[in-house]
Design a protein around this ligand. Structure first.
Ligand code: AMP
Length: 307
């Protein structure tokens, strides 16, 4: 098992879906990512919260064995995001983003974090993503996520992030926006040309696609009758993938394919409740059970011939 480092937001989210709403609930890209990954491997978090962040939330994360040495508490207000899902549960409409303590955050990695062999730059200001990357070992297997907020506001820094990581994870709509293309193959090519070896395009309830040197692999989302709150699905998916890679200490195509299945299973649990309600209640047995169902759904017993 190898250690996994994540930088991202630790947030207080206010979210509205057709099934209800929450205010100032525990959220953030690093929170979802690390909670998911903690079911699979040891995970270290780099982030910042303000004085108003409930200590209980930190205790919840510590209780999962998540290493919070790199999480600072500073004067000021915690990062806040509010969003709404209207007709389309695959696409959040951002109502408000308050960077607050992230505006002046200067991430400094504890020495014990610097040799982490797996590093994930969860959705956050690309300047902060780069600062963390600069402090980690050049041998680490690295991934990065982003969103429209940074594509529109910090394009050139984001390109630099994509140039320097091994794996880019991005929503389909955001890949199209980033590339200016209207076709996902051409959009992926634009990102590929920047240098990442792997590109994972997330497609909400339609699953995800892995691109690797001209080869494509599709993973569906685990089918659910009821999705309560999709917030954090992408971060949970990434935490499942990178948690699996770190736990099995491999990053060949086959490892990523299996990791995508694990990510899909974890994301399917996350969307069954608001905030981290469901993710915090599941065990490794739940993951194994749903992974078993999933494998039967996607397996074709065949010798490869049609006729
Ligand atoms: P997801 O649904 O996986 O795309 O991510 C949702 C999480 O991203 C929420 O918990 C938010 O707190 C967090 N988030 C939203 N906007 C930003 C942003 N601009 N930077 C960092 N994190 C964000």
């Amino acid at each position: 098992m190898a250690e996994l480092l994540v930088i991202g937001s630790v947030a207080l989210d206010s979210v509205e879906t057709p099934f209800g709403s929450v205010e100032d609930a525990l959220g953030g890209s690093a929170t979802y990512f690390s909670t998911a990954a903690s079911l699979l491997t040891g995970v270290r978090v780099v982030a910042v919260v303000g004085e108003d962040f409930p200590e209980d939330h930190l205790e919840t994360l510590r209780g999962r064995g998540i290493d919070l040495e790199g999480l600072q508490r500073v004067p000021g207000r915690t990062f806040r995001w509010s969003g709404r899902y209207v007709d389309d549960l695959n696409q959040a409409v951002t109502l408000d983003t308050q960077l607050n303590v992230f505006e002046t955050f200067d991430p400094e990695l504890p020495d014990s974090y610097k040799d982490s062999p797996y590093v994930f730059l969860a959705n956050l200001h690309p300047a902060l993503q780069l600062k963390v990357l600069e402090q980690t070992s050049g041998d680490a297997f690295t991934g990065a996520d982003t969103m429209n907020y940074w594509i529109e506001g910090e394009r050139s820094l984001l390109e630099e992030v994509f140039r320097r990581v091994d794996c880019v994870m991005i929503n389909e709509a955001e890949a199209l926006e980033f590339s200016g293309e209207s076709n996902i193959f051409r959009a992926v090519r634009v990102i590929e040309e920047l240098g990442p070896e792997y590109i994972v395009v997330k497609r909400g309830e339609y699953g995800a696609v892995l691109w690797h040197r001209g080869e494509i692999f599709f993973i569906p989302a685990f089918p659910l009758e009821e999705v309560i709150d999709p917030t954090g699905a992408g971060d949970t998916f990434a935490g499942g993938l990178f948690g699996y890679l770190a736990a099995s200490d491999g990053h060949q195509t086959e490892d990523l394919r299996r990791g995508l299945m694990v990510g899909s299973v974890l994301a399917s649990y996350n969307v069954e409740d608001f905030s981290l309600g469901r993710l915090l209640s599941i065990t490794r047995e739940d993951i194994t059970m749903r992974a078993g169902h999933f494998e039967r759904m996607i397996h074709i017993d065949s010798d490869g011939s049609v006729f």
